[in-house]
Ligand binder design. Sequence first.
Ligand SMILES: Cc1cc2nc3c(=O)[nH]c(=O)nc-3n(C[C@H](O)[C@H](O)[C@H](O)COP(=O)(O)OP(=O)(O)OC[C@H]3O[C@@H](n4cnc5c(N)ncnc54)[C@H](O)[C@@H]3O)c2cc1C
Length: 407
Amino acid sequence: MSSSSSTLVITGGGLVGMAAAILFSHRFDRILIYEKRSNPLTDQNFSNRSLQLVISARGWRTLDLLGISDKIKAHTLQLKGRYKHEKNGSTHHEPYASDGQAICCICRETLYRLLTSEVLTLSNTTVFFDTEVTGLDPAARTYCWKNSEMSDTGPYDFMIGSDGVHSIVSRELNGDKGIHRVLESNSYREIRIANAPWATNGFHYWFSEKMMMGSFPVFEGGYSLFMVLERQDIDLILGDTDSTYLQNHFPEITALIPDARQRFLNAADGILGSVTCDCWHAGNHTVIIGDAAHGILPFMGQGLNTGLEDLFVLDGYLSKNGLKTEKSLSDFAASRRPQSDAIRDISMEQFRYLTGKMTQSERSARKEVEKHLEEHGLPGVYASCAFTTEPFADIQERIRVLNNQYR
Ligand SMILES: Cc1cc2nc3c(=O)[nH]c(=O)nc-3n(C[C@H](O)[C@H](O)[C@H](O)COP(=O)(O)OP(=O)(O)OC[C@H]3O[C@@H](n4cnc5c(N)ncnc54)[C@H](O)[C@@H]3O)c2cc1C
């Protein structure tokens, strides 16, 4: 790394990339962020995928470090638990934690706009929107980019790849063989609804044997409603013009939103899957973080939180070892990999539970473990992930030992 002037290039100015610029701005003379989408502050049609995000303890720890927690909290709703809606219209409240702790829910676009506004105040940072990084050569520390008007190549001293699950930086570090993708057979679709008589201090959900629906209240008004179902069942459920399936199994939803079937049919199909990468860094100069390093299923609400925790940990190693040694990045990768593997597996278990993919004996063991934790006044898996910063791998090991007792 040159000692006179240092340039950090961030490939992918999404949520984690923008947060990285704020956190590391004091470490570099110059930061260049390349983001292939448009500027969310000026593009009126700007829209992101899933509408709502849950921020939990590890996310807040990083946002505290960035000094922007209060600004963000002002745009969140506090959720204290889940409401399970039965077919007969009854509802059961399931608190997230026995002491009433809450997770915070924010509109993804709002969070992205807040982070972007903060980045645009940094005097040493330039964001190139509508501009894509098309390749890099870590050995030479060069990268190329293009937008609708031109393309060019440039040098970097330090590169952060925060370019999401299809990361070009990760592909360069790993080749095709070092990236492991698991695609689920389920589809995820989300719509926004204006009104519903549902409490705004919790997450609401509905089940049938073929699909689940969930709803988050939205700070800006209304609710976000999503469904998860096997792709092979889309025709049966969404292609049925009489909405028979939905009416029979989700009468509360169809009474409230008569055109729910059509709206879900028209909604974009979200892909559900996990991505694991073997190699997270090259030398002392190129590193991947966030979804670029670990894509996980969204059912524990920890993907972004894990990406923000990457930043917290990377900042710690850079402070301890400095920017010049490879040790900062190798320690970072060695410490994060087991944690991201653990939350990937924990999220997968939650997904299997919610979508009825668990065997009867797995379900019974899970129930016994939950009962054991409750009787001993211990937090469940969700509460441990959401309300503590306990390493995910430790949470996973604790539950694994208990699970074995009850199988
Ligand atoms: C349905 C759903 C619900 C979720 N809910 C939660 C939740 O409640 N809580 C939670 O913590 N997480 C949640 N997540 C996960 C969360 O959305 C991700 O973990 C998070 O967005 C990752 O941020 P990122 O910045 O690493 O990646 P991304 O958000 O994917 O951002 C990557 C950015 O890089 C840009 N980019 C990509 N390639 C290039 C390139 N070559 N050049 C330039 N730019 C490029 C993209 O345009 C994008 O803006 C959810 C995910 C889904 C799908």
